[in-house]
Ligand binder design. Structure first.
Ligand SMILES: [Ca+2]
Length: 623
């Protein structure tokens, strides 16, 4: 047996090229640092108001007395968290007309941790401010929410904040001065830099509730791990935009080394590892999605890890490594699957592909092993009897026992990780044990996702994603100077996504016509299946999933596989000398040029409105 192993090693020509060398480490470290530097620019403010007035009854009120006539043309209000699920409300503001208070305006606080404002203007000596129900879009209240925490209130006269006033006539059990104690944090205008945008109203809030061990956990349609990770940033940097975004951004940066490892492991070639990492580095969605404090960064990261370890298993010979050593990548793949599933269920879609890759590798390896046994018999190294024994031992170890271990690695361990991920939120419901709580939450999440059908103007169908017919519009900055705009939308870099989609069909064609096998060898053909299977596994479930309301960012986890498929096709056509390396550099330059051109709509950078408009090259690209 030992002799046979040696012989196999020789035949396999154990490939040192798949290992990371010093050059790889330098390249990937440099790329990650450069990316991180770009991603940290204007990520968000390090400060936000922390103290607030928290009336718990309707109509609690106070008077702001300016002691002179002032012209107010803008009022800002920063919303905090409060102690109610519906911690939303409205401040009704009346103005003194010389004899009494008359209705003037109101500010709704319907989302947390951002600046709300009104530009209604008035000339007055004093204002009466009263806690009211949240009003709906028609201006009427719905008799629902009024338990808001109002963290900071500021009055503007032009671009100046009005600073001298006294608070009198307080009809409240709570400290009204907390509304005016952080005036230095009032920005010129509300923006993503100083508050939440899009779904950030869910995740940072819930991360804070987890940190503070509160009984209310607002966002409960996804398991807790994503919010636990997001919360690490809040613990270190505080409850401010930078604090709630940094962890996602770091995970986004760490996706680059993962991409490099995937590329290197798959192609055993540093250039193609670099190529793949470069495409991810300048993809649009990777940039916007990992700078937004939702939890997709973590899910995509763990999915990549799951597949990286499965690739290692798929592309090795288990019998060559030895039984226990061959199980290591499967264990790691299962752990990453569990971590992914504990952030967002969609990571579990990846499990279909893992199973396919696993069984494909078993069948191929069995055939290969048999061939080697036959060869050994021919060369009279072993006799027919021991061939039978060796074959039986092989099947027992590398199929039956390995499958049993897979049940442990891909079902039991992920289920355990999923359950343990609920420990940080266990205190919020004392009546339930951990496992009971997990089961109850699984049921409610399933019901929720099945039931989401509420229309959304920026939703899109799964079949629209590859061509990015409908980007999702996240943010638009208000109160900008005339003619200026600030927008953030999420979609792909056309050179990455469109090329990738063509590459998907290209790889399929090359594989089905056996061209890769013929021109590049069976090992290359085998590995070319890897991204195809990963891609389909993460993408096709969306076509049949019960959830009806979907968005283009649900395609995010597919992007690394699109990139790998692009590399497969380009490497092939370069290999058969259809194109030269120069063409690949041209494509890479275009990727970078598009990233630079579209940077404003990825980052929210303030630019002339007309510039944002000319970037809208497809009819449903709205921002
Ligand atoms: Ca305050």
């Amino acid at each position: 047996m030992h002799m046979m192993n040696e012989q196999i090693q020789e035949r396999a020509g154990f490939d040192p090229e798949r290992r990371m060398n010093k050059g790889d480490l330098v390249i990937v470290t440099a790329m990650t640092l450069i990316y991180l530097f770009i991603a940290l620019i204007n990520l968000g403010s390090f400060e936000a108001p922390q103290t607030g007035w928290e009336p718990d009854r309707l109509n609690e009120s106070f008077v702001v007395d300016f002691g002179r006539e002032v012209e107010i043309d803008k009022t800002f209000l920063f919303g905090g968290l409060g102690h109610a699920w519906g911690c939303f409300g409205s401040l009704e503001i009346m103005a003194w007309d010389g004899t009494r208070f008359v209705p003037y305006t109101f500010i709704n606080m319907k989302s947390v941790f951002r600046w709300h404002y009104t530009t209604d203007s008035v000339r007055t000596r004093k204002l009466l401010v009263r806690n009211q129900y949240l009003r709906d879009d028609t201006g009427k209240d719905s008799n629902k929410y009024f338990k808001a925490e109002y963290r900071e209130l500021a009055f503007f006269s032009g671009s100046e904040i009005i600073r001298d006033f006294t608070v009198t006539g307080v009809q409240s059990d709570h400290d009204v001065n907390l509304l005016f104690d952080e005036q230095e944090l009032v920005p010129d205008r509300p923006s993503f830099l100083n508050g939440t945008y899009f779904d950030e109203v869910y995740f940072p809030r819930t991360a804070l509730e987890q940190i503070e061990n509160r009984s209310i956990l607002y966002e409960n349609t996804h398991p807790p791990l994503g919010k636990t990770l997001l919360g690490l940033g809040i613990r270190v940097f505080g409850m401010n935009p930078f604090g709630w975004r940094i962890m996602g951004t770091l995970f986004g940066a760490l996706m680059l080394p993962l991409m490099y490892l995937l590329g290197k492991r798959m192609f055993k070639d540093s250039f193609w590892a670099f190529f793949c990492t470069y495409l991810l580095m300048f993809d649009f969605m990777h940039f916007t999605q990992t700078r937004l404090a939702t939890i997709d960064s973590y899910t995509a990261f763990f999915v990549m890890g799951t597949y990286l370890f499965m690739l290692d298993y798929y592309d090795s010979r288990a019998f060559e490594k030895g039984f226990f050593k061959s199980l290591a990548p499967l264990l790691l793949s299962g752990i990453f699957l569990g971590l992914g599933g504990a952030t967002k269920w969609v990571a579990l879609y990846g499990a279909f592909g893992l199973a396919v890759l696993f069984f494909m590798s078993r069948i191929r390896e069995y055939i290969e092993y048999n061939r080697l046994l036959d060869l050994s018999v021919e060369q009279k190294k072993i006799n027919a009897d021991s061939r039978k024994k060796l074959r039986r031992a092989y099947v027992l170890k590398y199929f039956v026992l390995t499958c049993l271990f897979c049940i442990l690695f891909f079902i039991i361990i992920p289920a355990a990780i999923y359950t343990l991920s609920f420990i940080p939120i266990q205190n919020h419901n004392d009546n339930m044990g951990l496992i009971e709580e997990v089961i109850a939450s699984v049921k409610s999440m399933y019901e929720y996702h099945k039931g989401v059908t509420e229309p959304h103007p920026y939703s899109s169908h799964w079949y629209e994603w590859p061509l990015m017919l409908r980007p999702i519009y996240y943010h638009s900055g208000p109160l900008l100077p005339e003619g200026m705009g600030s927008s953030i939308a999420s979609f792909g870099n056309p050179m990455v996504w469109w090329t990738g989609f063509i590459a998907f069909w290209g790889v399929l064609w090359l594989l089905l016509t056996r061209r890769i096998k013929k021109n590049m060898g069976p090992g290359e053909a085998k590995n070319a299946w890897f991204p195809v299977i990963g891609y389909l596994s993460l993408y096709l479930p969306w076509a049949i999933a019960p959830r009806k309301l979907t968005f283009i960012y649900h395609y995010f986890s597919c992007v690394p596989f699109l990139i790998l498929m692009t590399a497969v096709v380009l490497r092939y056509i370069e290999g058969i000398k259809l194109i030269k390396r120069r063409s690949i550099y041209i494509l890479m330059s275009l990727v970078l040029i598009l990233f630079i051109l579209y940077y404003p709509v990825l980052s929210g950078l303030e630019v002339p409105r007309w510039y944002l408009n000319i970037l809208r090259i497809l009819p449903r690209w709205d921002w």
